[in-house]
Design a binder for this molecule. Sequence first.
Ligand SMILES: C[S@@+](CC[C@H](N)C(=O)[O-])C[C@H]1O[C@@H](n2cnc3c(N)ncnc32)[C@H](O)[C@@H]1O
Length: 230
Amino acid sequence: VTAISVGPALPGQAGWLSPGAAYARALSGETCAVVRDDGTSSPLQAGRWLAAADEPDRELFVAPCAGPTLDVGCGPGRLVLALQQNGTAAHGIDVSREAVEHAQACGASVSRADVFSPLPEGLPGHGGWAHVLLADGNVGIGGRPVRLLRRVRDLLGPGGQAHVELHTGADIGVTTRTLRLHVGGRHSTSFPWATVGPDAIGRLADQAGLLLLRLDVSGGRRVAVMGHGR
Ligand SMILES: C[S@@+](CC[C@H](N)C(=O)[O-])C[C@H]1O[C@@H](n2cnc3c(N)ncnc32)[C@H](O)[C@@H]1O
């Protein structure tokens, strides 16, 4: 984490971007930083999400998935594409129109949808998925990981597994922060995001009705694999 000066970020300031608009600019190649409420910031890893799946991606999210797989917050779709190329029935959902359009243009099966809303028609719904992915820190979506994990649990069928990437930085436990994106000299409005460390995932899984089955590790990344707990 690097502290860089990105100027004042005061509510009411003119010229705010929506987080979606800032994210779209990052996906189109503009340099973008994630600014935390404590003033620290780090680059948004849009370049990695736009690239093809790498070896750790494949080991952590492609190899373990053998049935219908839903990638929640799939971004430009690199994991969905890699799953499809591996012969797995995969679908991604994301709230970002630009991310979804990018994924679809690459041939990935992706829909624009909010994970907390009913899934688009034609897709399996509750209990219909063998695997649900929360990759790249997506367990942070919405800032309330237990709520999100409960939603994931409901989507999983009997014997289904959730693959949840954990935080590798300094934060341990569960930390919910207010973030902004900073791109082209402008800030976005704020949005909540949580990080979950390996020490906390067992407790959160329990609260969400999931059972921690194992921890997959590759390339310094850690993914908790969970099944129905009750
Ligand atoms: C950290 S990025 C993950 C990138 C992605 N895993 C990839 O491979 O490109 C978080 C993603 O979650 C999406 N997102 C945020 N809130 C969401 C929600 N409520 N439902 C679905 N997707 C959401 C964002 O648009 C963004 O693409």
